[in-house]
Design a protein around this ligand. Sequence first.
Ligand SMILES: Nc1nc2c(ncn2[C@@H]2O[C@H](COP(=O)(O)OP(=O)(O)OP(=O)(O)O)[C@@H](O)[C@H]2O)c(=O)[nH]1
Ligand SMILES: [Mg+2]
Length: 611
Amino acid sequence: MKQTIRNEKIRNIAIIAHVDHGKTTLVDAMFRQSGLFRPGLEVDERIMDSMDLERERGITIAAKNCSVKWNGVKINIIDTPGHSDFGGEVERALSMADGAILLVDASEGPLPQTRFVLKKTFEKGLKVVVVINKIDRKDARPEQILDEIYDLFIDLDADDEQLNFPYLYAIGRQGIAKKTLAEKRDDLHLLFETILNEIPAPEYDPEEPFQMLVSNLGYSDYLGRLAIGRIFNGKAEFHDTMVCINDKVEHLPLKISKLQVYDGMNLKEVDAAEPGDIVVLSGIEDVKIGDTICTREYPKPLKRITVDEPTISIEFTINTSPLSGKEGKIVQSGKIRERLIKETLKNVAVRLEQTEDRERFIVKGRGEFQMAILIETMRREGFELSVGRPKVIYKHSNGTMLEPIEKLFVDCDADFFGVVTEKLSIRKGRLTHLVNNGSGRVRAEFSIPSRSLIGYRDEFLTDTKGTGIINTLFEGYEAFRGDFPTRFTGSIVSDRQGNSVAYALYHLEPRGRLFIVPGEPVYEGMIIGEHNKAVDISANPSKEKKLTNIRAAGKDESIVCSPVKPMTLERAINFIKDDEMVEVTPQSIRLHKRVLSLKKRKNKNGVPLAF
Ligand SMILES: Nc1nc2c(ncn2[C@@H]2O[C@H](COP(=O)(O)OP(=O)(O)OP(=O)(O)O)[C@@H](O)[C@H]2O)c(=O)[nH]1
Ligand SMILES: [Mg+2]
């Protein structure tokens, strides 16, 4: 029998939870208490959320590695995002870990993404430590939440050992973890000790040569491509020659030009790395997530990382509007293609499909928010492009069309529940569970097509006056439930190029909701507003008032246009219909018809052609 050993000097953990349950904040506290910052040093909050968009939105988008030391043991931590669109990041992070810290908000309890991440952890057979977090919340109900967590474990078919999970109560923001609620504690020592005692140290076979699974990629101007992953067996040293086994089982030779390990949130260069550690290795350009790096003599690939299939696709094209090239630096299709390929290398949940048209790409992912973040990142990098409406990915089986279905969890005031149910049933949602305990709030569960939820979140917030909460969980594919209109309104479309003027916009206001303010450039086919009625109308937003020399007393209008809610990228991609697109540049977000010319959009009877 093979003898394996554990490297007791290391622990590898992923921190997982539903969105906002306090993962990144807990990592801050772990940093502070493991002596990473010198006392009195001013440190930003949520230090691991280092990307600009993460800081702006207050959420984690990409999983990131770091490490802390406790009692001579190095704990490699992977902070993961909680938003369901970034679920692929969690799956990738778990491939580096031996255990997970599952955070659950002491008031909200286990939510859909808690279930998703816990299920993934069970599939990987990883040990779980439960932390009931934010027990300082006024509405905290930690004991009840513990019961709910048990129920969730049972629901996910946990075995007896898994059901006997270790748990702690915590206030991550204050850096406190304790075993019982009554206990007085003011630090996280118990959390560190629980990690050391409960999470198994990485196991390896001393007979096996070096094997590393590439779980992430990085890039450095000096070193080029960086392969990030865990060493499953063996040791690696600076200058060693190895091979990288890719998805086609080709062996690509490489020489390790630098080896680094995580030290706090930084990287530290080392001469050699041990089995079980997470390393950043340079020396190979052509490496992909899922590849194995191993020795030339005993090349044995590890199991590749698999993640759930994408369910949403979105079309990217070059910007073809008359204003193209004026605001962005990067406009060519080749550059867009290159950038999208780079994204698929880094982000395992994103796929790229090339179409016959060289200027058109189909990007597939987990949700429209993930797509919006990608587009936003690209526009900040100087790209100009056009994108279509997110579409769900259908499948076919035995002649039936199948579509992705989600579980939708609604929590809202009973007063608003009527309008919510009405809207969801138009969208082919089916109520599957309802709890109305008379407290004034209703909790309900619906089974609903994923396509129905594209753009629904905003509407739900409006319908519940911002007080409702919705969460979704991907359930699987089911038979197509039939069509329904995505939008009940039409578009107000500019019929010419020019600049918008207050006079014209003021007179268009009664027709619907405008997206532009006076003085903005417009072009034929550009959508300048939402029409109240279900059809599109053409308008001239640059029409000036005719000057007359007779002034009727009191008739002179001093025109003040109503304020316009600025169009965000997410709203724009959710608003457009299939025959419309969003033009994205570093400075602007404009909506337009796919066919810009009014003449071409209409057939000879003057009726707009269905696209
Ligand atoms: N009351 C209370 N609030 C907390 C605590 N820990 C974190 N928060 C707050 O919860 C919010 C979310 O915290 P994050 O650490 O960003 O949560 P996260 O789980 O990393 O979120 P995602 O990565 O986006 O899924 C922030 O406003 C924190 O200040 C806590 O112990 N108590
Ligand atoms: Mg976070």
